[in-house]
Design a protein around this ligand. Sequence first.
Ligand SMILES: Nc1ncnc2c1ncn2[C@@H]1O[C@H](COP(=O)(O)OP(=O)(O)OP(=O)(O)O)[C@@H](O)[C@H]1O
Ligand SMILES: [Mg+2]
Length: 232
Amino acid sequence: MFLKVENLKKSYNTGDVTTMVLKGAGINLDKGEIGVILGPSGSGKSTLLNIIGGIDRCDSGTVSVDNIEVTKLTDDRLTDFRRENIGFIFQFYNLIPNLTVGENIEVVSNISKNPLNTDEVLKAVSMLDKKHRFPRELSGGEQQRVSIARAIVKNPKLLLCDEPTGALDFSTSRDILKLLENINKEFGTTILMITHNTAISEMANKVFKIRSGEVVESIVNKTTIPAERIEW
Ligand SMILES: Nc1ncnc2c1ncn2[C@@H]1O[C@H](COP(=O)(O)OP(=O)(O)OP(=O)(O)O)[C@@H](O)[C@H]1O
Ligand SMILES: [Mg+2]
């Protein structure tokens, strides 16, 4: 099993109140699979994804990625793990505003062990012609394509996407999903994606439904529908 999450618990303290956000969540994915996490707002989806990717810590439980037990790593090792293995894509792109498209990619490739070529990656997301533009000079869909390029330039083992199409219209969303599908096929990248859109789960090998911090249903799709044919 490439990604194994078991009995994950996480609570947050705000003032006197402790809220249990994850109550023993568990999921798993094989290498090269696409997984989708569905669930209402506040159910713990982003918290789960952030713990898997090592940008947050759990209280108890285990996460292992490609036989690395992420939950056991020290802070320094966790940073290395994240840098070497994980690509993140967020709903609102998170590009650095005063760097060009090319420079946004190079910030990541410069600190990666075996980065892909910046131009190749920009070509893959059809953004090479806009390499010298700044994020504010791009549409939302274009910014998201750059953020995908930034996430894949390190050739990550695991691509974590938090509502990657949440801010985009239908046809741009479908383009982004096709792009993710191509990356999955071409590089064998395992992808775990949060969405509110149940239609998107049709392209996934596995679907995890979360309710108040628990995975209430794990579905294995025997057949998947290509992103190109998904409608909503
Ligand atoms: N740093 C934090 N401090 C306190 N509470 C937090 C923190 N981060 C998240 N929470 C709480 O944890 C719960 C789950 O948050 P999370 O962001 O994981 O939800 P989500 O499923 O991603 O929701 P959405 O679909 O709206 O993005 C929420 O009730 C949220 O208020
Ligand atoms: Mg969220």
